[in-house]
Design a protein around this ligand. Structure first.
Ligand SMILES: Cc1ncc(COP(=O)(O)O)c(C=O)c1O
Length: 400
């Protein structure tokens, strides 16, 4: 009898965590490494949010809570959905969890049966297919088009739908490309979904507040109210409020689904951290004025990285609408050999040689299901980004 489960054997560890760890190890050995792998803002959590957490500790709000969130936070989330997305959710339609990741995980655990298909556009956030596999489902990958900034088309979505499709998983702005769907582009996708009433929509709106050049964020149930009854609108405070370590994510959806997710949570983590929940109440109800300047800083860094990368022969990098990632293609570099003697026959080989020879940690595209590319997280200082771009340019110039 095998000790480890067959399900686990199908799942791979997170490659983004692996890159971050490798970069940290090299740094610990004294190597000069610039890490562009981590998917978190370099800004600090705003002070009013920290103070709310301190006040919660001092007031003794340090005990178990309701499994899927305190009433005050559910109210704050309902108000946020109304204010920012024009969506009406009642508290019984809200689930709060230990990060956006656990929201998605709970939803898959609560709904997937063996053989159920989940349509995932590639390139995708690394955890999506593995979470589906953990839930015994089958990921169905559709590749975004490079000429559309790696977005999918309605035709691709239509062609992927089968009678076994349970969910369509949507993420805009996207990790890893930063691509954002305009209202018209999203409407074209929701029109397809309206023709297939058995397909549910899981939308991961984690990067809602990180959008640039006047890009208008929109979410499926807002663009097509006809989908409201079969949409789970997922979001969280991690990226917008620089709260990755606090572990609070949330979703709005139909009462029956939310109750099923509550059951999963009550038998796993019991409830998200009480102190973090009070901090999240302040994040959502408190002042929002720092969001725009922070987004402006990210936009400046995006412009810097995109223009520097596009100056490099063999690299092409679309200008993304949001998030804090770029996803350049290295198509023009395949087949070359690095100064250190590495054959660049894949994006994995490129990323490994770049780290070992020129000290820049990026994540290879195969991890996100679409090659040959790599992902840069530009959530770091301008100085680091300039230095990293110099090194990438030097590495590429050395390829022969
Ligand atoms: C697209 C996307 N969704 C969800 C998450 C998870 O967020 P959290 O840290 O709140 O679990 C991430 C984190 O990287 C992400 O990139």
């Amino acid at each position: 009898m095998a000790f480890l489960s067959d399900t686990l054997a199908r799942v791979k560890p997170s490659p983004t965590v692996a890159v971050t760890q490798l970069a940290a190890e090299l740094k610990a050995q004294g190597k000069d490494v610039i890490g562009l792998g981590a998917g978190e803002p370099d800004f600090d959590t705003p002070d009013n949010i920290k103070q709310a957490a301190i006040a919660a500790i001092e007031a003794g709000k340090t005990k178990y809570t309701a499994p899927d969130g305190i009433a005050e936070l559910k109210q704050a989330i309902c108000a946020k959905f109304k204010r920012e997305n024009g969506l009406d959710y009642a508290p019984a339609q809200i689930s709060v969890s230990t990060g956006g990741k656990q929201v998605l995980y709970n939803a898959f655990m609560a709904t997937l049966n063996p053989g159920d298909e989940v349509i995932i556009p590639a390139p995708y956030w690394v955890s999506y297919p593995d979470m589906v596999l953990l839930g015994q489902g089958t990921p169905v990958i559709i590749e975004g088009k490079p000429e559309l900034g790696y977005k999918i088309t309605p035709e691709l979505l239509e062609a992927a739908i089968t009678p076994r499709t349970k969910w369509f998983l949507f993420n805009s702005p996207s990790n890893p490309t930063g691509a954002g769907y305009s209202r018209d582009e999203l409407k074209a996708l929701t029109d397809v979904l309206m023709r297939h009433p058995h397909v549910w929509v899981m939308t991961d709106d984690m990067y809602e507040h990180l959008a640039y050049d006047g890009f208008e964020f929109c979410t499926p149930a807002e663009v097509e109210p006809g989908l409201y009854e079969r949409t789970l609108t997922c979001n969280g405070v991690s990226k917008a409020y620089a709260m990755t370590g606090w572990r609070i994510g949330y979703a709005g959806g139909p009462v029956e689904l939310i109750a099923a997710m509550r059951k999963v949570q009550s038998q796993s983590t019991t409830n998200p951290c009480s102190i973090s929940q009070w901090a999240a109440v302040e994040a959502l109800n408190g002042p929002q004025d720092y969001l725009a300047p922070r987004a402006e800083a990210f936009k400046r860094r995006r412009d810097l990285v995109v223009s520097r990368l596009n100056e490099i022969d063999g690299i092409t990098c679309p200008v993304p609408e949001g998030a804090f990632y770029v996803y350049p293609s290295i198509e023009g570099l395949l087949g070359k050999t690095s100064k250190g003697g590495a054959l660049i026959d894949s994006d994995e080989a490129f990323s490994k040689a770049l780290l070992e020879e020129n000290g820049v940690a990026v994540v290879f595209g195969a991890a996100f299901g679409l090659s040959p590319n790599f992902r840069i997280s530009y959530a770091t200082s301008d100085e680091n980004l300039e230095k990293a771009c110099d090194r990438i340019a030097a590495f590429c110039a050395g390829l022969a």
